[in-house]
Ligand binder design. Structure first.
Ligand code: SF4
Ligand code: MG
Length: 334
């Protein structure tokens, strides 16, 4: 499989009056062509900041990529100028956000907004642009595209607006689509339709997707691989199978237990107690120590070595260490 994107040892910091926030602390992952990678975690874990860093959209100052590399199609783009980035954003890499209204201009017709990208990036105008816009509206499942083209955002429902935003993101045929909580603002039935739309679009266009979400239900529907983030680090990564059926990290286990299930009553749900560490002064050891039921002395002091359980499955937890396994076996036998 061909690599589209590689992120290596990414560190992002924000300087504030209160000190330096270490928002992303050495993140590594890759994305192959045509694949969907979900980055999952609680709010504030660094998942959105990671995606903004890929696009070089970290506001600087106060933010800064302190270390690491972003490699897109074999080129390191980490130090590209704003001009170089503008030739990539919306053309090779597109991004969509949670709230479709912020991405749309209420004073312009949908047609004008759809064609803007084509004009700006590819100098496509007139009838060619119109037919491309209609084609995109058809692709994202908007009925009567010809009439709808002349309408304004407020004339569309929330779900339809998110479809328009997706059409705008895809109109220049990018190879990578980054979707940050794309269904969070929508109600459940519409969420399901939009997720299905991502799958359909991927099958038709081959676009690779990075999906940022806190919702494992969303992940289960469309991800190929999953990276679980906690306190600025990827603590476990694997295929959907690895994570849903063979998850190893206590945090991942906790996350999966806290997914609401229709067959469980309210009181059987078990959210993880406690809160993530302060990223002004993240712990030097495992950041999950304070909330982890298995925490050992070493966890407090030393960040766990990454264990490769298979070519797809990596875990940062001391429980993977043979010595911890022996210790656990001994306690169990007593
Ligand atoms: Fe728990 Fe230690 Fe594993 Fe961290 S390294 S998740 S504290 S057992
Ligand atoms: Mg976010």
């Amino acid at each position: 499989m061909e690599r589209l994107l590689e992120v290596q040892d990414l560190h992002v910091i924000f300087s504030t009056y209160g000190g330096t926030i270490k928002a992303v602390r050495g993140v590594d992952f890759y994305l192959n062509k045509g694949e969907t990678l979900a980055i999952v975690g609680e709010s504030g874990c660094g998942k959105s900041v990671t995606s903004q860093a890929i696009m070089q959209l970290i506001p600087e100052p106060p933010g800064k990529i302190a270390r690491g590399k972003v490699i897109f199609k074999g080129n390191e783009i980490t130090h590209y100028t704003e001009k170089q980035m503008r030739s990539i954003r919306g053309v090779d890499i597109s991004m969509i956000f949670q709230d479709p209204m912020t991405a749309l201009n209420p004073t312009l017709t949908i047609g004008t907004q759809l064609m803007e990208g084509l004009q700006e990036h590819q100098s496509i105008r007139g009838e060619t642009a119109t037919s491309k816009a209609l084609e995109m509206m058809h692709l994202v499942g908007i009925p009567n595209p010809k009439e709808r083209l002349k309408q304004y955002p407020h004339q569309f429902s929330g779900g339809m607006r998110q479809r328009i935003v997706i059409a705008m993101a895809l109109i220049c045929e990018p190879e990578l689509l980054i979707a940050d909580e794309p269904t969070t603002a929508l109600d459940v039935t519409i969420q399901a339709q939009i997720l299905k739309l991502f799958t359909t679009i991927q099958a038709k266009t081959g676009v690779s997707i990075i999906l940022i979400t806190h919702d494992l239900g969303v992940v289960a529907k469309i991800a190929d691989r999953i990276a679980v983030m906690y306190a600025g680090k990827i603590i476990e990564t694997g295929t959907k199978r690895d994570i849903f059926y063979n998850q190893q990290h206590p945090y991942t286990k906790g996350l999966l237990k806290s997914v609401p299930r229709l067959d469980l009553k309210e009181e059987q749900l078990s959210p993880i107690d406690g809160t993530p560490p302060d990223l002004f002064a993240p712990p030097q050891g495992c950041p999950f120590t304070a909330r982890c039921p298995y925490a050992m002395e070493v966890c407090d002091n030393v960040y766990p070595v990454t264990t490769e359980r298979s070519s797809s499955h990596r875990v940062d937890c001391w429980l993977q260490d043979k010595r911890a396994q022996q210790l656990l076996a001994r306690t169990a036998n007593q």
